[in-house]
Design a protein around this ligand. Structure first.
Ligand code: NAD
Length: 494
């Protein structure tokens, strides 16, 4: 098969979208396909002056007509954007696949679908959001009415990663905009295409200049740093690595800007002996290898109760070796490439380190050989390790690739202690048919999200986020609306 995914025609040069215009710049960088290393497009890198123009334009929008729109009007805009993504569905599919090398089916059922759902969900949630209302009585009987007004926060900077580009960006842009703010988005330098296409959709929908801006570039010394340091930004919403979060926090500290951080993880899956065995194997395969392990919620540590440990390892090995790796549109393909050769080098360095640290490689540990142009891409084998102590670096550090380590455990208390023995705290999954056990274990896990007998299922109204190195704050539903709103309490003596 020689299917090389290419970008839609309008994306042959990826421009910034600032103040309602598509803007080129003198400096460009290459957008490279991770499927075969070919250059897909030139990306116009925003310099400090262009970032400044975007922020000023966003400020004008917030202080102008957009900031005075009511929520019904804004909900219509969000639905119009969702309609636009739906109309150009196949172009978004192509953009996501070209940039990331992921399977077509995943891009269709997860990425582009969620892009649409994010706008529709927050359009509808915004309409029913309300502030608090309290009646207060003073000792002399005087009545006071308190009500809380929700107002726009202002100009929000959104910095997003490459692993789920459209999903991450729209997950932020939708609540930002329904609350009446304006946004300046900096997508990852690895995945600039769907953000640019989204700008086209905003443009076609007639959204006023300055409400939605996209600036392209890197982090330090480029558009990312210029944006997070800009004094005209009121808040930064960031998704990415924990150490990048630390750098952004320092930059945001100068202006005492609000921050919302969704960061890395070293998530655990816990399989009890009473679990539905086949469902647990299937669930752990998905939670370890979906999107080639490049989901912040993926499980890199798997703990299996000793009585089923050997059987579980054997089943995982067989299932993993049956996973199809290949072109995004090959029938039955489960895994595409990693995001880049550079990231592959990082993942492979952990494959080597695990062996040095004494791991037994149950399966994988290398790169697949295709004998065609994919050998110039960024593919790796899904990999399972056993035998490492919890103190090994491969058990502590986030790999962000298709890999998991499986360890046996003997008791609830032991596994809870081991799951929590990490600097991260994003998500866990627990596999058991014992309801009492599920209720006993889940509150004791130090994470923001726990799944029982499922993984990755998301209702967009529920809180999302992590503890410790995995993030600051929660988004989703009213948690997003709270973060992206400024509230004013009004107290009236009756
Ligand atoms: P990254 O931190 O390298 O980059 C993320 C974004 O930050 C990019 O747009 C990058 O250009 C920008 N950036 C980098 N340095 C910056 C700086 N100093 N100032 C401003 N911007 C800067 O992350 P990545 O490699 O793109 O993504 C993978 C990471 O994201 C993993 O750690 C993963 O766990 C995490 N992630 C977390 C969640 C979550 O919800 N918790 C979701 C997705 C990804």
């Amino acid at each position: 098969m020689s299917s090389v995914f290419s970008l839609p025609p309008t994306l042959s040069g990826l421009r910034n979208y600032v103040d309602g215009e598509f803007v080129e710049s003198s400096k460009t960088f290459d957008n490279v396909s991770p499927l075969n290393g070919r250059v897909l497009a030139k990306v116009h890198e925003a310099d400090e002056a262009l970032v400044d123009r975007a922020v000023r334009s966003a400020r004008r929008a917030v202080e102008g007509a957009w900031g005075r729109t009511n929520v019904q009007e804004r909900a219509k805009v969000l639905h119009a954007v969702a309609d636009g993504i739906e109309r150009r569905f196949d172009e978004f599919l192509a953009a996501e696949i070209a940039d990331t090398g992921r399977p077509l089916e995943q891009a269709r059922s997860l990425d582009v679908y969620r892009g649409i759902a994010n706008f529709r969900t927050f359009a509808d949630l915004g309409k029913v959001a309300h502030g608090d209302y309290f009646e207060t009585f003073l000792p002399d009987g005087t009545k006071l009415l308190n009500h809380t007004l929700r107002k726009p926060l202002g100009v929000v900077a959104s910095i997003s990663p490459w692993n789920l580009p459209l999903l991450s960006l729209t997950w932020k842009a939708a609540p930002v905009l329904i609350c009446g703010n304006a946004i300046v988005c900096k997508p990852s330098e690895e995945t600039p295409s769907s953000a640019t296409l989204l700008a086209e959709v905003f443009h076609e929908a007639g959204v006023p200049a300055g409400v939605f801006n996209v600036v392209h570039g890197f982090g330090p010394g480029s558009a990312g740093e210029a944006l997070t340091r800009h004094p005209g930004i009121d808040a930064v919403t960031f998704t990415g690595e924990s150490r990048t979060g630390a750098a952004i926090m320092k930059a945001a500290a100068d202006g005492v800007k609000d921050i919302s951080f969704e960061l890395g993880g070293k998530n655990a899956a816990v399989v009890f002996a009473d679990a539905d065995f086949d469902a647990a194997v299937e669930g752990v395969i998905r939670s370890s290898f979906t999107n080639s392990g490049q989901v912040c919620l993926c499980s890199e540590r798997v703990y299996v109760e000793r009585p089923i440990f050997d059987r579980f390892i054997a089943a995982m090995k067989a299932r993993t070796e049956a996973l199809k790796i290949g072109w995004p549109d090959e029938p039955g393909v489960f895994m595409g490439s990693l995001i880049s050769r550079e990231h592959r080098e990082k993942v492979l360095s952990y494959y080597r380190l695990a062996v040095e640290e004494g791991a037994t490689v149950v399966t994988g540990g290398g790169v697949p050989v295709f004998g065609d142009e994919r050998d110039d891409g960024a593919f790796v084998q899904p990999t399972i390790w056993t035998g490492l102590p919890d103190t090994a670096r491969c058990m502590i550090e986030e790999v962000f690739g298709p890999v998991c380590h499986i360890s046996p455990f003997d008791s609830e208390d032991e596994v809870i202690r081991r799951v929590n023995d990490t600097a991260y705290g994003l998500a866990s999954s627990v596999w058991t048919t014992n309801l009492s056990r599920a209720h006993r274990v889940t509150p004791r896990l130090s994470v923001g999200i726990v799944w029982v007998n499922t993984w990755f299922s998301r209702d967009l109204r529920t809180p999302f986020g992590g503890t410790r190195l995995s993030g600051i704050g929660r988004e989703g539903g009213r948690y997003s609306l709270d973060f992206y709103s400024e509230t004013t309490n009004v107290c009236i003596k009756v």
